[in-house]
Ligand binder design. Structure first.
Ligand code: C2E
Ligand code: CA
Ligand code: CA
Ligand code: CA
Length: 275
């Protein structure tokens, strides 16, 4: 449709209506999917940079849609946040991740992504404690990942929630570090154990001047604040070598292992796992 003048507005209205329609269908589908158990968690290994020894796995949500097949989180997390459904989804994720991790043949940690909306709008502490009690997973084996988006609108309550979690033994990682707008002072306000260096720095390690310098700076920052550093999105041996040289503690990426269903994990342990 070519839009000009009044037609231009008509086109605009139609496409907005179509988008709202699509959103609405997605929401209805999503509610049904939750009720029908169409969601599943895939797990991606996180290993020591030097030895490739398995230390943990990140849980990544997938929607096994009856018509559309496997749907990635980028297509439904925002909708789930806007509609508040992320509360129910997030609870299911925590319950499932803890229950599945409790059956793993190793004692790797399980890292669970927490949406900023879930963080602000639900009683995260209660939900996490229930998941731990129900599964019997030791709190030391649970790690939560939050992004800088949480920090942008933080209140004293949020800091206290994180401290309580930490006192329980749960560890806290700052996800996608280096991409947001948060001031570095947040790093001492919040009790982070780990900095996850965003994939863009790994990707540009060779391509862009100065990226190696940024990774080194983050590693030094992490060291002086007593935080572990993890590089995301490691796809090549060269990247791994450079990250190791920069002093990154842990790595995660397709080179080491792709996200896979829990069933695959039990059948074939991740590379680096103890034989
Ligand atoms: P994230 O937390 O930064 O997760 C890492 C993403 O990078 C995952 O995409 C993972 O599959 C992908 N990835 C891992 N290694 C590589 C690599 O070597 N190369 C490339 N190109 N990509 C790699 P995924 O699973 O599609 O998740 C996208 C985002 O959706 C996540 O980013 C996270 O923000 C969100 N998400 C995923 N699962 C959950 C969840 O359970 N709860 C919440 N609240 N958000 C989730
Ligand atoms: Ca993450
Ligand atoms: Ca990330
Ligand atoms: Ca990301």
């Amino acid at each position: 449709i070519k839009g000009n003048g009044r037609n231009g507005f008509a086109f605009f209205d139609t496409s907005m209506a179509a988008e709202a329609d699509e959103r609405h269908r997605l929401e209805i589908d999503f509610r049904a999917g939750l009720a029908r158990g169409e969601f599943e968690l895939h797990y991606q290994p996180i290993v020591e940079a030097g030895t490739r020894r398995l230390v943990g796995r990140e849980a990544l949500i997938r929607w096994n849609h009856p018509d559309e097949g496997l749907i990635a989180p980028d297509r439904f997390i925002a909708m789930a946040e806007d509609t508040g459904l992320v509360g129910a989804l997030g609870e299911w994720i925590l319950q499932t991740a803890c229950a599945e991790a409790a059956t793993w043949p190793d004692d790797a940690t399980v890292a669970v992504n927490i949406s900023p909306v879930q963080f602000r709008k639900t009683n995260l502490l209660d939900v996490i404690m229930c998941a731990l009690v129900d599964s019997g997973l030791p709190p030391e084996r649970l790690e939560i990942e939050i992004t800088e988006r949480v920090l942008l609108e933080w209140e004293a309550d949020h800091v206290s929630t994180l401290h309580q979690l930490k006192n329980l033994g749960v560890s806290i990682a700052l996800d996608d570090f280096g991409t947001g707008y948060s001031s570095l002072s947040y790093l001492t306000t919040f009790p982070f154990d780990k900095l996850k260096i965003d994939r863009c720095f790994t990707r540009d390690l060779l391509a862009r001047d100065g990226c190696g310098a940024i990774v080194c700076a983050i590693v030094n920052l992490g060291r002086s604040l007593d935080m572990v550093t993890v590089a995301e999105g490691v796809e090549t041996e060269t990247q791994l070598r450079l990250l190791r040289a920069a002093g990154v503690d842990q790595v995660q990426g397709y080179l080491v292992g792709r996200p896979a269903p829990a069933t695959a994990l039990v059948a074939a342990p991740a590379p680096g796992a103890a034989p």
